[in-house]
Design a protein around this ligand. Structure first.
Ligand SMILES: Cc1cc2nc3c(=O)[nH]c(=O)nc-3n(C[C@H](O)[C@H](O)[C@H](O)COP(=O)(O)O)c2cc1C
Length: 273
């Protein structure tokens, strides 16, 4: 539903709705079927993505003349100073692997975790799928379960967030879609930047199926983990984000130069700023 609604909305700004009316009318008709299915399955009509999709459905005949104009804004001017400051902010973000003895109350860490999930849900996703699923792990027993799979700096963190992706939203028609990992990465980065902005340290810890399937013990532990935490089998594991107050901020690992990252096509122009 989110993908189809997004495609219709995008067709308006891409100015192709008119030229491909029949294609989009078909999607529009499909939306009505999807809305009915969701209603029959008990999904509430005021769930924000269902309500948004319904708005697009209802406004289909006037999307080009009314809906987009009502909902769009003009882009601000490029601000080179803001760009510089933002890069500085990014540069100061370190992966933290040493946690301070004294940590804030669990409820504060959990509030940070919720804010991180709030940041994650504003990440872009391919086709606006919004496939992320999270589990907040605060009790010792749950964290201990992961000990044989992940390093101590991860499992000893004051709070962990398991990040998984709903595979049912990908791979229609047997396609293998890489975007599942890209979508996950974009959301995880937003979580990390939120934590960086608010103070605590974080570390992104790999927890995808390649790691889980690499050893029988990992598979066994993952199966116990998903059973204990009610993680359905259609959720693909991606990462464990560790959160806590660092005992110190680690040194900055060097980064490559911009010049060596940009492939020189021979058309390089001098930048005007
Ligand atoms: C996809 C991905 C997986 C990562 N997995 C781990 C991990 O399993 N363990 C770990 O200690 N760090 C992990 N990291 C953190 C990187 O090692 C770290 O970002 C990199 O060394 C640069 O350091 P910085 O984040 O301090 O700039 C991961 C980062 C990414 C993007």
């Amino acid at each position: 539903m989110r993908h189809e609604s997004h495609r219709i909305e995008k067709a308006v700004y891409n100015n192709i709705l008119e030229a491909k009316q029949s294609v989009y009318r078909e999607k529009w008709e499909r939306l009505s079927v999807i809305h009915q299915i969701l209603k029959d399955r008990g999904y509430p009509a005021n769930e924000p993505t269902i309500a948004w999709s319904k708005q697009i459905y209802d406004a289909f005949e006037v999307l080009e003349t009314d809906f987009i104009q009502r909902n769009s804004k003009l882009a601000p001017q490029f601000n080179p100073n803001a760009a510089k400051q933002f890069v500085e902010f990014l540069r100061e973000k370190r992966s933290v692997r040493i946690w301070a003895e004294e940590q804030p109350a669990q409820c504060i860490l959990e509030a940070i975790a919720y804010s991180m999930i709030d940041a994650a849900r504003w990440a872009p996703t391919s086709g606006n799928r919004q496939p992320w699923r999270f589990v907040i792990l605060s009790n010792l027993e749950d964290k201990e379960l992961l000990k044989k799979v992940k390093e101590n700096h991860c499992t000893s963190a004051p709070l962990l967030i398991f990040v998984g992706m709903d595979t049912r939203l990908y791979g229609a028609f047997g396609k293998s879609e890489r975007s599942i990992y890209i979508d996950a990465g974009a959301a995880i980065m937003q979580m990390i930047l939120l934590a960086h902005k608010c103070g605590p340290g974080v570390c992104w810890n790999h927890f995808a199926d390649d790691l889980i399937n690499s050893r029988n013990i990992n598979k066994t532990i993952y199966s116990q983990f998903t059973k204990k935490l009610n993680i359905p089998e259609y959720i693909a594991p991606i990462a464990i984000v560790a959160i806590g107050y660092p005992s110190f901020i680690p040194p900055e690992p060097a980064r490559m130069e911009i010049e060596s990252l940009v492939i020189d096509s021979g058309k390089h122009k001098t930048l005007c700023l």
